[in-house]
Design a protein around this ligand. Sequence first.
Ligand code: ZN
Length: 440
Amino acid sequence: MDGDGRVELERAREGGYHSGSYTNYGALPPMRATTLLKTVLGIKFTHVTGVAFSADGIICDVAPSTSVPRCGSCCLKVDDIYDRRERLWRHLDLGGMKMELRYEIRRVECPRCGVTTELVPWARHCSTFTDAFEQTTAFLAQTCAQTVVAEMMRVAWRTVGAIIRRVVDRLAPVDRLAGLTQIGIDELSYRKHHEYVTIVVDHMTGKVVWAHPGKNAETLGKFFTALGKERCALLKAVTIDMSAAYRAAAEEHAINADIIFDRFHVQKLAHDALDEVRRAEVRAIVEPEERSALKRTRFVLHKNPWNLTAIEEGKLIDVQRTNYTLYRAYLLKESLAAILDRHQPNVARKKLDEWISWATHSGIAPFAKVGRTIGRHLDGIVAYIASGLSNGRSEGINGKARTLTRRSYGFHDSSSLIGMLFLCCSGITLSPARTVPCTH
Ligand SMILES: [Zn+2]
């Protein structure tokens, strides 16, 4: 062993750590298990007082290094100790082995909060997981499928929901609603379209800033109440779908804002009408082969014409040749999309008027209905052309949110889904919890 190696070992024997590396072979000094674990845990203000193996992993006795406890709820120093109770916290696995921290937590009598558990340095109030465990779980939940997260962390997916809520609360900005001028309001369905969450997106940042269960005027009213009258008056544009509920709430509260109807929802009306026409036409055909051919045209009719392959174009020509009603419905859908692509509001208004007249006089009932709906919402649709703002602008977020709702079927309550939305769509960046050897 050379001189440097000896010095390093001497230092280590004295109980100190060093930043050098053991490059030359030499026996490393023994170390107490509690010292080792304190270093591995790397949690500040925490002693390790004992360690043992349980049936399925390691149990580590820990204690805060501060003697006077603080209230776990408001952080106030409290001398009055009510009682002590043993509690376990899950920590990150050690060498693939489940690790738990054990401590006789003190319950304190806080003058502000009443009897509650003390603050511990390794976990949040009321959580039975350490901060490091929760951070790593939330990091995985941002990107991985639920089965991966649950399998990796060895917790139920429902528990992941509760962890996400706590992490989001911890990392949320003080005021998510600060500086809003242009917002998009949309509904998300979950639990197989039986329940809804209303979300508000900031068009300037593309982030979800608010979410609440429900989809009626009262739900949206809660957002405007949270925003406050002064800030409501600063809103310049609000994009919504054409639901009467959202429209009523937006018009009542966002008094200075342009109410813009979301392009995606306007076009969806035409797509749904086209489907209705196609189904009716299919039902009317008696000849089985013809019937099945028409049945298979859905994809072609909905696809953008410039993306059609030669075979698909052939199918479209067949529709034009054999079913004129369906072909006219297709043209109505396509021409509406073309009008919405325009950039001059005046021209678009004129074209929309013409389109409404064409649709309502087409003799195709579903499109006549769409024509009337568009007529009632004309100003808000022209406002889209003028501003170019649409919930589709934050389509990334919408798509992501919809994927999340699918991924979150295991969540049984909206608060976990909302937690997931904020975790993945509000600009929170996370990394897995990591520690380095530390002597403190
Ligand atoms: Zn308190």
